[in-house]
Design a protein around this ligand. Sequence first.
Ligand SMILES: Nc1ncnc2c1ncn2[C@@H]1O[C@H](COP(=O)(O)OP(=O)(O)O)[C@@H](O)[C@H]1O
Ligand SMILES: [Mg+2]
Length: 248
Amino acid sequence: MSEQEYKVRVEHLTKYFGDLHVLDDVSFNIKKGEFLCVVGPTGCGKTTFLNLLTRIYMPTKGELYIDGEPADPKKHSLAVVFQEPSSMPWLTVEQNLRFGLEIKKLPKNEIDRRVENIIKLLGLEEFRNRYPHQLSVSTAQRIIIGRAFALQPDLLLMDEPYGQMDIKLRFYLEDEVIRLWKEIGTTVVFITHNIEEAVYLAERILILTNKPAHIKEEVQVDLPRPRDVTAPDFIAIRNHVTEQIKWW
Ligand SMILES: Nc1ncnc2c1ncn2[C@@H]1O[C@H](COP(=O)(O)OP(=O)(O)O)[C@@H](O)[C@H]1O
Ligand SMILES: [Mg+2]
């Protein structure tokens, strides 16, 4: 596969925090438009990987490339949904959704259209004039997800975004991220510790070991969509990933 077909290339990525060795010579590629899930034990370095991709941290060794250039959040169109809700407390829900689009200087009618679309999509009508502190954690997280979706980024990075949600909302938002991915052709990196969620979403699952983390296995998931979590093929893959991730 030629270089242009990769959205992200990770080459010999190594990260230490002082003496703590977190990532150990990790190399892999992500194809343009791919939906990749990353699973691994708690503390193995999943969030650290995203923080390296967005340059919150710099690698100790190795490099990350987006579209063939060293990753640069100022240059590349990416959006991140963090584990913890992180909306701006002084802005209402609607203003939070508009914020990133206004920074991008999109035309007002385009901002209106996207924001209305997201409010409808995520069922936020009743919350549009509220402030983040007036919302439950899961609703606040929906705002963050909405903001990322509205940006229609080339690269969408999600760090256990549905971890705190009730199961019904989680199932709904899993289908929404798939819909968005199909609609705008974005490349998605979705971190989760929920193996069923990874098998439901991913085209490919990257399984990381305990730290210092390296890639234990890559699993291709070629099941038709929408996926049936009770189908024997689905369960077989889920069981396989579970076996690989066991570390006790
Ligand atoms: N800024 C930091 N300084 C020191 N240690 C860190 C820092 N960020 C993460 N770590 C440590 O690196 C390891 C990996 O953390 P993290 O990437 O958050 O794991 P995961 O997201 O896979 O649960 C953990 O042991 C964590 O305590
Ligand atoms: Mg994490």
